[in-house]
Design a binder for this molecule. Sequence first.
Ligand code: HGY
Ligand code: MN
Ligand code: MN
Length: 412
Amino acid sequence: MTSSFHEMWEELRPLGRDSSSGGYRRFAWTGADTDCRAWFRAQAEARGLAYELDRNGNQWAWLGVTGHQDVAPGEAVVTGSHLDSVPDGGAFDGPLGVVSSFAALDELRGRGAEPTRPLAIVNFGDEEGARFGLACVGSRLSAGALTAEAAHRLRDGDGVTLPQAMERAGHDPEAIGPDPERLATIGAFVELHVEQGRALDLSGDPVGIASAIWPHGRWRFDFRGEANHAGTTRLEDRRDPMLSYAATVLAAREQARLTGALATFGKVSVEPNGVNAIPSLVRGWLDARAAGQDTLDTVITGIERAAAERAARDGVDLDVVRESFTPVVEFQHALRDELGALLGKKSERPVPVLGTGAGHDAGILSAIVPTAMLFVRNPTGVSHSPAEAAAEDDCVAGVTALADVLEGLACR
Ligand code: HGY
Ligand code: MN
Ligand code: MN
């Protein structure tokens, strides 16, 4: 198993990696994404698994059946994650779950375990939403949480629409939409993921089980002022949206500090973006998350109020658009406890159960099918950065844990 993990990891490692930053740029429907998809398909075929590309561009590899059409409702056990990345992302967020899934299958075969239920590995498309601004597009479309019409309106930073990008990558954009029959085959979905925090490092455990995902969303703040000459326009004559934006960034930080939430402006675009011009438009994207819905509402209201007050002082117009939102996810207790019991058999102490502020396809699916997650220790907690890490021993422990779970769920 270790060798199959290692080989797969090495094959995947160069795909979509930027040599200057060392980070990954595996954005949906780009060449790097196509390379990752080809890798997935090759892994499936090398193992004699039945390969399927669904209407939304999610890839599936089935063991024991010729495809989802052979599977009765609730019969399948499915594992997997995603291969796309944030801009200059790390190697583990997503790929660890996909590579571990194939390695866990190899481990099961090595153990001589005989599945009594169909097993599938999935690579969900466009989990990060790095290109079109909305996370988990593949799973949302399949789950009916995003309509085809709304997806058709998505555009990337260059104005390319999602349908155009799909077409260029050889996928039919007219096919996208809900996939209830395929999802109904899933009796349990288990996503393994690198931890995006330090809870396991602090507790000294290589593997943990997810309890819940914080409610989270993305909001776009458009501050419109007036372009003018930086060297000749008196301060009192300016309508400078950069000032309103800057004050809003500070207000977001303050709201987060006061409430124990998280609020981040990580992406900004400026027009005309000239060093000697007062901007006409500053567009900033807020990512906000909190343990509870009430806290998140308080934070967003506070930030919007601060932005509106400052924009009024600056003579700037403000529009705020909520671009995406995922409510709190509480993973199914029965499945979570089953994972705890399966992993507990081999461990001297209970496997830790932890919440996370990060979003996942598992969270989207949890509204429809029983879903659980395994986390693998991240020694620094750093994620969405080239510095993201996991020790090889911990990756191996993750594969073993996933194999134990799949054996327990599917090989009885
Ligand atoms: O942004 C997120 O939470 C994620 O990692 N998709
Ligand atoms: Mn991520
Ligand atoms: Mn991820």
